[in-house]
Design a protein around this ligand. Structure first.
Ligand code: NAD
Ligand code: IPM
Ligand code: MN
Length: 366
């Protein structure tokens, strides 16, 4: 009985997570997966409830979980509060040792016209950002007084090595190319990064490696996105590049992510934030949350067939023109989710019928 911890969080987080959970529940019923859900507070909602953006009970539940699905944290309500909601998410990532963040992005065939880039440039882009998630500027020592502030950017060789292995291994399941993105012409951490990645590369002779500086990478992403397969980069650069990449496919609302460490539960979340401008209006795009649920089925529960059915139902809905406002569509968040589930249900029924047929045939021939 897989136990999934839900952390809806703030803003549109609960709206998009509700749609993703309904998809998981449908699959659980139809395919007898026995999924169990427990909801816990994180971010601003947790600050409001108990003054702590990552209550100990939430962290403990995540430690016990088979997988975690998170919506988003943050919002203007807490921007001036002493403790920020974002600290809850950062604490969860570091508390669970989730150093590897995978952010896949594709320009879906038939949706090239929704890219802000010329369709011929956007077409075919298919990139996986492998973002280091527990180091760098985010977690270095910080100082701040009235007149001065500093954030330390630190990386160790071991931290770079382990994320580099994740990227090379991911490239082996894709088009065998890693582009490491850094700022080695200026930053000491980037020079260590580049040297370490170079040292890991010979373990993967079947994977091509190149390096780009972050500024050049940002440019290449919009001039020639299909030159990229796997982008390997540090925490802050990965945060920025993945938002940029999401826009190329049409909307940040489409992108999912998985975060993993060496052991323990994996965390799945759309890459977008709490979108305070959209909250409570049933206009948020739940596709990134639904795609995160599909990644959860695949990577945490090792249910590739179910994951695939959900993923394909999601894409089929988008391609047939059922879209939310960010993609120039007229569907609300819930109506989009309903359409995905309609398609999913039909596919599951077909899938189950096929499985039964094959079992019957095997029975006959045995
Ligand atoms: P954001 O991602 O919330 O919004 C950026 C833009 O994208 C907005 O115009 C928004 O309307 C749009 N957008 C985002 N998600 C969408 C969706 N699902 N469907 C349609 N449009 C969508 O980023 P922001 O405005 O910079 O940040 C708002 C808050 O969210 C901040 O407090 C920030 O710290 C937080 N945040 C949290 C996460 C997270 O929890 N993982 C990620 C990013 C930002
Ligand atoms: C993301 C977000 C977070 C990050 C914030 C909310 C801490 O932008 O998940 O991309 O910067 O990692
Ligand atoms: Mn971000």
């Amino acid at each position: 009985m897989p136990n999934i911890v839900l952390l809806p969080g703030d803003g549109i987080g609960p709206e998009v997570i509700a749609e993703a959970v309904k998809c998981l529940a449908l699959l659980s019923d139809a395919c007898d997966l026995g999924l169990r859900f427990e909801t816990h507070a994180i971010g601003g909602a947790a600050i409001d409830a108990c003054g702590d953006p990552l209550p100990p009970a939430t962290l403990a539940a995540c430690e016990r979980a088979d997988a975690i699905l998170l919506g988003a944290v943050g919002g203007p309500k807490w921007d001036t509060a002493g403790t920020r909601p974002e600290a809850g998410l950062l604490g969860l990532r570091s508390g669970l040792g989730l150093y590897a963040n995978l952010r896949p992005a594709r320009v879906i065939a038939g949706m090239e016209h929704l890219s802000p880039l010329k369709a011929k440039i956007a077409a075919g882009a298919d990139v996986l950002v492998v973002r280091e998630l527990t180091g760098g500027l985010y977690f270095g020592d910080k100082t701040q007084d009235e007149d001065n502030a500093s954030d330390l950017c630190a990386y160790s060789r071991v931290e770079v090595e382990r994320i580099a292995h994740v990227a090379f291994q991911a490239a082996r399941r894709r088009r065998h190319k890693v582009t490491s993105v850094d700022k080695a012409n200026v930053l000491a951490t980037s020079r260590l990064w580049r040297k370490t990645v170079e040292a890991v590369a010979p373990h993967y002779p079947d994977v091509a490696l190149d390096h780009l500086y972050i500024d050049a990478a940002a440019m290449a992403l919009v001039t020639h996105p299909s030159r990229f397969d796997v982008i390997l980069t540090e925490n802050m650069f990965g945060d920025i590049l993945s938002d940029q990449l999401s826009a190329i496919g049409g909307s940040i609302g489409l992108l999912a992510s998985a975060s993993a460490g060496d052991e323990g539960a994996l965390l799945f979340e759309p890459i977008h934030g709490s979108a305070p401008d959209l909250v409570g209006r049933d206009v948020a795009n739940p596709a990134g949350a639904i795609a995160s649920a599909a990644m959860l089925l695949d990577l945490a529960l090792e249910l590739p067939e179910e994951a695939n059915m959900l993923h394909r139902a999601l894409e089929a809905a988008l391609v047939e023109g059922c879209r939310t406002a960010d993609l120039d569509g007229d569907h609300g968040c819930a109506a989009f989710g309903d359409r995905v589930r309609e398609i999913l249900k039909a596919r599951v029924i077909h899938h189950n019928a096929m499985v039964e047929l094959i079992a019957m045939n095997r029975g006959c021939c045995a």
